[in-house]
Every structure is written in C-alpha cells, then in structure tokens.
Design a protein around this ligand. Structure first.
Ligand SMILES: [Zn+2]
Length: 334
C-alpha cells in the first residue's frame, strides 16, 4: 500500500499533470498577490518538480507549507504597524524567497529521481526542509507582534521584527509550524516508522528556525536608514522612503534569502543525523522492546519487523537485534 503511490508517480511520463497543476497553482498564487511575477515562475519550477517528479504527496506537503504561510503573511500584513519595515520584502514572495525556501526540497526530489536518494531518504530530507521553512515563516509572522522581543545573543530588548530577535510567541509559532509539516510528513510517508520520522522532521524544523534566528543575530547583513533612523535588511535603498541605506553589521552577501537557505540546510542535516540515530535499529528496537512492542523476544511470533526495523534495513523475516544499520532501507527492495 505504502509503495503504490510512489510507483504510480514514478511512472507518470515526465509528470506532465504535475507540471500543469503547478502552473495553475502558481498562477492562482500570483493572481491572489501571494507571489510576485518572478516568484510565480520560481514557484512553477518548484511545484512542477515536487508534484510532477515527486508525486502528489510532495505536492500536498508543499501546499501545506505554502498555503498556511501565505495566509499567515496575509493576516499579519493586515495588522502590520510601523515596526515591521525592517523586513526586506513584503508579503508577495519573489523568486529569491521561493527558491530560498523551496530550492532544497526541489534538489532532494531531483536527487531521488536520479537515484541518488531512495524514497524514504528523500521524504525525510524534503519534509524536514519544508518544516524548517514553515517554522521560520510562522515564527516571523507571529513573533513580530510580540511587544518586547529580545535579541537572541544578549537578551537585550530589540524592536519587533529585528532579525535575530526572539520572543515567546515566535518560538511557540516555530514549534507549531514545524509540527504542522511533521504531521503531514507522517500522514503521507512512503515508509513506516511514524514516530521517528515525526520526531526527526519536527525537531529539524525547530532547529532550522533557531539557526535562522542565530544567523540573523550574527552574520546577516544589516543596514541602517538615516531618514527613518531604523535598522533594516533592505539594501541598497529603503523601500518605504527611498533613502540609501548604510551598512551596519554582518556580511553583505548574507542576505535574508541566504540565511533561509542555510537554516534549511541545517534542518536537513539535523533530520538526517537524527533519522540515522533513531533508525539505526538498536535504540529504536530497545525502546520498542521495553514497551512490549512486536519486536520484544517474549511476544514473538509477531510481525517479524518492527516499524523501526522496516526502516533500519532489516531483511524480510529477519531480526534487527544487535545489528544496527546506518542506511534507510530501499523501498524498492520490499
Ligand atoms: Zn527609510
């Protein structure tokens, strides 16, 4: 059952239906002013690869991210006040933003199509990337309304919306945003092992949002508008007033989009490491055995493979006791 949709999506010739659906969604998002023209083209490519080459489950998770984040941005923009001009961009996503958030999952699906990743590995990495993108977007949109955010490194109060600022609201939103994608990842997973997958993807998203804040507080290029007397990410001009902005701190090439891409990469690394940790067999099976799961010796003959074992590469009918594996099982072997 679990492999059927992968098999189907893999056989769709060039995934033309997916590219068509992605074009429709991108046009709709452009029409709804969620995307700029360049953002709509980029979204078509990202959506086309994920839907057309990845399959409908990839498209659903992408939409879970895109629709919730766009709706939240829309809602937040309606309630925006002066403190939010720090953001380099408005609520319409341009190509840079789309690729900073959707570029990694796109590469993951391409790697899967080329056979460099198996479906389980690709799903783990891709959904972790989307969890991080979602966590960061939710945290940014919600956290900005906190009246007294604090700077991440020192804890001194900063103006709402400052990159590197952190608040309880933003942190909670990051956790919820990561959990939202993790839930979809588990529900549509091409493999078993629901709880390790949910844990790896959910914590990956939170780690990504944390790295985003950390980079925003340290290395991200920040500028100053002498007219508005405000710190801003915008360069070379402050769009609200047209004044040339002056460099204040950070690396100039470390724009908000670069920070996003790096934060999402860190989420994928985290999820990858955690997936191997949880699916190495020994730890997950020990936990399941302690809980009297199907793998515990006393309760066999149950199903020979536990959920963890299925991912840990246990041969059909075998036992994974004492033989940790460090590679997710190829679903094609089933
Ligand atoms: Zn200004």
């Amino acid at each position: 059952m679990a492999t059927s949709w992968i098999a189907l999506s893999g056989h769709t010739p060039l995934g033309l239906w997916g590219w068509g659906a992605a074009a429709g969604i991108a046009w709709l998002a452009y029409w709804a002013r969620a995307l700029s023209p360049s953002g709509a083209w980029a979204a078509w490519v990202v959506g086309g690869v994920l839907l057309g080459w990845g399959g409908w489950a990839w498209g659903v998770v992408l939409l879970a991210f895109f629709v919730s984040s766009s709706a939240l941005s829309r809602w937040a923009q309606a309630r925006r006040h002066a403190g939010i001009e720090k953001f380099a961009k408005g609520s319409r996503r341009d190509a840079g933003q789309v690729l900073a958030n959707g570029g990694w999952p796109t590469l993951v699906v391409i790697a899967r199509a080329l056979g460099w990743l198996d479906p389980a590995q690709a799903w783990l990495l891709g959904t972790a990337a989307l969890a991080a993108a979602n966590a960061d977007t939710w945290a940014t949109e919600i956290g900005v309304f906190h009246p007294r955010p604090r700077w991440l490194l020192v804890g001194r109060p900063v103006a709402p919306g400052t990159s590197g600022g952190m608040s309880s609201w933003g942190t909670l939103a990051a956790v919820l945003g990561a959990a939202w994608i993790a839930a979809w990842a588990v529900a549509l997973a091409p493999m078993g092992a629901a709880w390790p997958l949910g844990l790896a993807v959910g914590t990956g998203g939170i780690v990504g949002a944390g790295v985003d804040s950390l980079l925003g507080a340290t290395l991200q290029g920040m500028y100053y508008c002498p007219t508005c007397r405000k710190e801003t990410e915008q360069h070379p001009i402050h769009r609200t007033c047209g004044t040339a902005t002056q460099w204040r701190r950070g690396w100039r090439w470390m724009t908000n989009d670069v920070v996003n891409a790096l934060a999402i990469a860190s989420a994928m690394l985290w999820a990858w490491g955690m997936g191997h940790f949880l699916w190495s067999g020994s730890i997950a099976n020990a936990a399941l055995a302690a809980l009297g799961g199907p793998c515990s010796r006393s309760t066999s003959p149950g199903p020979p493979r536990t959920q963890a074992g299925r991912l840990a590469g246990t041969p059909r009918g075998g036992s994974s006791h004492g033989e940790p594996r460090f590679r997710l099982r190829r679903l094609a072997d089933r």
